[in-house]
Design a protein around this ligand. Structure first.
Ligand code: 5RP
Length: 223
């Protein structure tokens, strides 16, 4: 199967985790796009969704799925999102699509995080994929130096030759050269650096379940 077919497979499989009558939390990315397309088939059985990005909001609304502001709703039953890497404990690197801040917010508001990913995303130790970090632009150079001091190399993510601007009006650093042996410690430390909005390591908001697309079908990992 192609990677695209594996993404479609897990996008479809995630439907069974959506609770009828309840708002669903929706992530961002190409795998989530498959989920959103599949969700259209059950749109009459849910009040709507809380979205983690402008891109997902547009796609949901185009399919006739109502999007609620996170502040309008209480606890969300389930959050469905992809990942750039997921380790054996359900900790993830996220933010390849620059939506990490809102993804972490919706994940934190949800009882259960169901990660959907193709098997290329499974790793022993997080850190091969560059870690996305959303930063306030005036702190960029200092945060780059803080990563250098811990052995990482951080670069500003560009779009059409200029710093990419997130849905929150901030910039993204992509950090290479890190091996994140203890995701909880890493996330707590970097989150405290002044100017860091969100670090794309999801250890506090880790996945409870991962639906992994493999050539043999969907493997369900429970953490
Ligand atoms: C967006 C994300 C995505 O979930 C992650 O980048 C995976 O994307 P894809 O499903 O396109 O591989 O964190 O910010």
């Amino acid at each position: 199967m192609t990677q695209d077919e594996l993404k479609a497979l897990v996008g479809q499989a995630a439907l069974k985790y959506v609770v009828a009558g309840e708002i669903v939390g929706v992530g961002t990315g190409s795998t989530v796009n498959k989920f959103i397309d599949a969700l259209a088939a059950m749109k009459d059985r849910i009040p709507g969704a809380v979205s983690s990005s402008n891109a997902s909001t547009e796609r949901l609304e185009a399919l006739g799925i109502r999007v609620f502001d996170a502040n309008e709703v209480g606890e969300i039953a389930v959050y469905i999102d992809g990942a750039d890497e997921i380790d054996g404990g359900g900790c993830m690197i996220k933010g390849g699509g620059a939506a990490l801040t809102r993804e972490k917010i919706v994940a934190a508001q949800s009882r259960r995080f169901v990660c959907i990913a193709d098997e290329s995303k499974q790793v022993q130790v997080l850190g091969k994929f560059p870690v996305p970090v959303e930063v306030i632009p005036m702190a960029t150079q200092r945060v780059i130096r803080q990563f250098a001091a811990m052995g990482g190399s951080a670069r500003v993510r560009l779009k059409e030759g200029r710093p990419l601007v997130t849905d929150n009006g901030q910039h993204i650093l992509d950090v290479t050269g890190l091996k994140i042996a203890d995701p909880l410690v890493f996330e707590s430390e970097v989150s405290q650096w002044p100017g860091v909005v969100t670090v794309g390591v999801f250890a506090f908001q880790k996945a409870h379940v991962c639906l992994l697309g493999t050539d043999a079908g969907v493997e369900t990992l429970v953490f």
